[in-house]
Design a binder for this molecule. Structure first.
Ligand code: ATP
Ligand code: MG
Length: 248
């Protein structure tokens, strides 16, 4: 079953046409990588799925339901989390506060004053549990600005997963990481996303071919191919347009 689908998705920025009829299909429980050259429209695709932009036309379906244009807090509530290409932690807040904010974001306007004390206790427990899972418990009171780059990105990945979403979208989580940090981040993602659907945008082909069950190649705003890693590796169109340069 497809947990996520886009149907004939188009997006323009003024006269610039960025997405041209994208039909993305992500199966429940898979790890799906979206790859493609710089400027192909990968982040724009995520942004139209996760409510940063309302697509110019076309539909976004989550478990068969039309969620086109849903704002991020509504997506969190139905089980979708995401991280951003550009680091988006609150750098002057502590690690603990960042995760707590991410967990609280799911409550949105449902936040009920009368349940406040109980809820906050539970949120604190959930936050501490997440810090332990990502090996940042010792850093709970460290401002994010003082964490290493790898740790701050790990924190960010955990924020996307803090609301325990069914599906999470991660935009270039490994960008700027060292080989070792990338290796740790892949292990962390495997651990935190067990049983979940994961969609990643990724330039590092080691990560893509190591993590992804299926791959979609986006090229100039269109899907060039979708398939299993070995099919993508052997696809002549993909080699000509993209992978050929990367020698994978
Ligand atoms: N908010 C915006 N306003 C105008 N143009 C934009 C905007 N966001 C992206 N674009 C343009 O849309 C095109 C696709 O950008 P996008 O960021 O989606 O590409 P990408 O595949 O994520 O690239 P990268 O691999 O470099 O992250 C680019 O030409 C970019 O300049
Ligand atoms: Mg991008």
């Amino acid at each position: 079953m497809n947990i996520l689908e886009t149907r004939d998705l188009h997006h323009n920025f003024g006269p610039l046409k960025v997405l041209f009829g994208v039909d993305l299909q992500v199966e429940q429980g898979e790890r799906h990588a979206v790859i493609g050259p710089n400027g192909a429209g990968k982040t724009t695709l995520f942004n139209t799925i996760t409510g940063t932009y309302v697509p110019t036309s076309g539909k976004v379906l989550f478990k068969g339901k039309d969620i086109t244009g849903y704002p991020p807090h509504k997506l969190a509530r139905i089980g979708i989390g995401r991280s951003f290409q550009i680091t988006s932690t609150f750098t002057n807040l502590m690690a603990f506060q960042n995760i707590r904010l991410a967990i609280l974001s799911k409550d949105g306007i449902r936040f009920n004053l009368f349940r406040r004390v109980d809820r906050m206790k539970r949120v604190t427990e959930e936050t501490e549990e997440m810090l332990r899972r990502i090996n940042l418990y010792e850093d709970r009171d460290t401002p994010v600005s003082a964490l290493s780059y790898g740790k701050s990105r790990a924190l960010e990945i955990s924020m996307a997963l803090a609301t325990d979403p069914e599906m999470v979208l991660l935009d270039e989580f490994s960008a700027g990481m060292s080989k070792e940090e990338t290796h740790d981040a892949v292990a962390l993602i495997r651990k935190l996303t067990e049983g979940k659907t994961v969609v990643i945008i990724e330039h590092d082909m080691d990560v893509v071919f190591n993590l992804a069950d299926r791959i979609t190649v986006l090229h100039y705003g269109k899907i060039l191919a979708t398939g299993k890693p070995e099919d993508i590796r052997n696809n002549q169109d993909v080699k000509d347009a993209y992978l050929g340069d990367l020698e994978v």
